[in-house]
Design a protein around this ligand. Structure first.
Ligand code: MN
Length: 186
């Protein structure tokens, strides 16, 4: 599972400062949280933490940080992307996919920089640019392993003339393999 988000969403009811359930889904998937949520998949954990890669993270709460560290979640945060570039981050995040891999992408629109994507409730400065986001989506498409997608947090009430929604559609088209040129994939 590739988790594209400004937030790690790895809070639990024990450490959350806000009480927001929408800050807890990755922790629940990895088996941390109330039984009613961690058991939804019929097995706990639903996902082993080493099946998860997070991209674009730049807002993590204190207790959440410790938990992320404890389970050894692989996080390509904005510091990593600044230092090594989106290409290196995605190459590393996508390494080791085999023909049997079901790749799920969770695309929280607040992953994107709020300058280009203002239509979300929880904006965090310093996210990927338009080009970085396109490259991210294209590199996922190139793997040929994308099997499912969820899109989160887009909120028309905060959007400006629908630009965030249109951007999301544009990026999802790239994720589904739309490209500028015919390209040989190796
Ligand atoms: Mn988020």
């Amino acid at each position: 599972m590739l988790w594209l988000d400004a937030h790690a969403d790895f809070n639990t009811q024990a450490v959350t400062p806000s009480g927001n359930l929408h800050g807890m889904p990755v922790a629940c998937l990895c088996g941390h949280g109330p039984d009613g949520l961690t058991g939804l998949a019929g097995q706990i954990p639903a996902l082993a933490p080493d099946w998860v890669r997070q991209i674009g993270i730049r807002s993590v709460d204190e207790g959440e940080k410790r938990l992320v560290q404890q389970v050894g979640l692989e996080v390509f945060d904005m510091r990593f992307i600044d230092e090594h570039g989106m290409r290196a981050a995605m190459a590393q995040a996508l390494a080791g996919l085999d023909p049997d891999t079901h790749l799920h992408v969770s695309f929280d629109v607040d992953f994107l920089d709020p300058d280009i994507a203002p239509g979300v409730a929880t904006t965090v400065r310093g996210g990927p640019t338009y080009r970085e986001a396109q490259l991210c989506m294209e590199m996922i498409a190139d793997t040929g392993r994308l099997a499912s997608l969820d899109v989160m947090e887009l909120n028309p009430a905060y959007d400006l003339r629908n630009r965030t929604a249109e951007l999301a559609v544009d990026l999802i088209a790239s994720l589904f393999g739309k490209s500028t040129l015919m390209r040989q994939t190796l």
